[in-house]
Design a protein around this ligand. Structure first.
Ligand code: HEC
Length: 179
């Protein structure tokens, strides 16, 4: 076998390898299904009512935030957070999981982490995570921020929300004074 023939054989093997890789790439392209950013579908007309619902619940929660935050304690909040831990890290330097990392979340811009892909609902909200906002969101995430991809029903009990918010607040570099 001379080297010219050997070259042809090597070339043939390379061609086949490239073809296989190429086909794989094409198949990926054909069968790639883009997951919708928000589960379900959204009718644009609904936007108006989203804002109103948000404002209404924000207004509602604003009134009793002092009374609410008087309830609960950090230790109970740590226990409540077990319900969140499947999707969220809370330790300093903890990374994103299914949900964004929550260390320092109190006072942070809603949807504020650069390395997490938020739903449009959170990314476009434009507010900060105050005690009020957290209370409204954690009561019923899907209603408070329509289109959120946080698939969690919410914390119905006030004492649980107050406790977990206190725990979130303590899990940061500079905890905010309670209202
Ligand atoms: C099933 C997974 C899951 C559980 C359980 C869950 N979350 Fe989330 N959470 C998410 C996802 C996903 C997002 C991002 C939402 C979006 O982009 O719409 C999120 C977002 C958040 C945010 C906004 C953070 C930011 O950077 O703006 C907060 C605050 C939060 N979650 C708190 C909690 C707390 C507190 C609990 C427990 C009571 C909890 N979550 C339970 C998945 C979860």
């Amino acid at each position: 076998m001379d080297s010219f023939e050997l070259n042809k054989i090597i070339a043939a093997i390379l061609m086949v390898a490239l073809l296989v890789i190429g086909l794989g790439k094409i198949a990926d392209g054909v069968f790639y299904v883009k997951k919708p950013e928000n589960p379900g579908y959204k009718v644009e007309v609904e936007n108006q009512s989203t804002v109103t619902a948000t404002q209404v619940s924000a207004a509602k929660t604003k009134i009793d935030i002092v009374a609410l935050m008087a309830k609960g304690d950090v230790e109970s909040g740590k226990k409540v957070f077990k319900k969140c831990a499947a999707c969220h890290s809370i330790k300093k330097g903890g990374g994103n999981k299914i949900g964004p990392a929550l260390y320092n979340v109190v006072g942070r811009k809603v949807g504020g982490l650069d390395d997490y892909k938020y739903s449009k609902a959170l990314a476009a909200y434009g507010k900060e995570w105050t005690f009020e906002e957290l209370n409204g969101f954690l009561l019923k995430p899907a209603t408070y921020l329509k289109g959120t991809k946080m698939a969690y029903a919410g914390l119905r009990k006030e004492v649980d929300r107050a406790s977990v918010i206190k725990y979130l607040n303590e899990s940061g570099d500079t905890p905010k004074p309670l209202p």
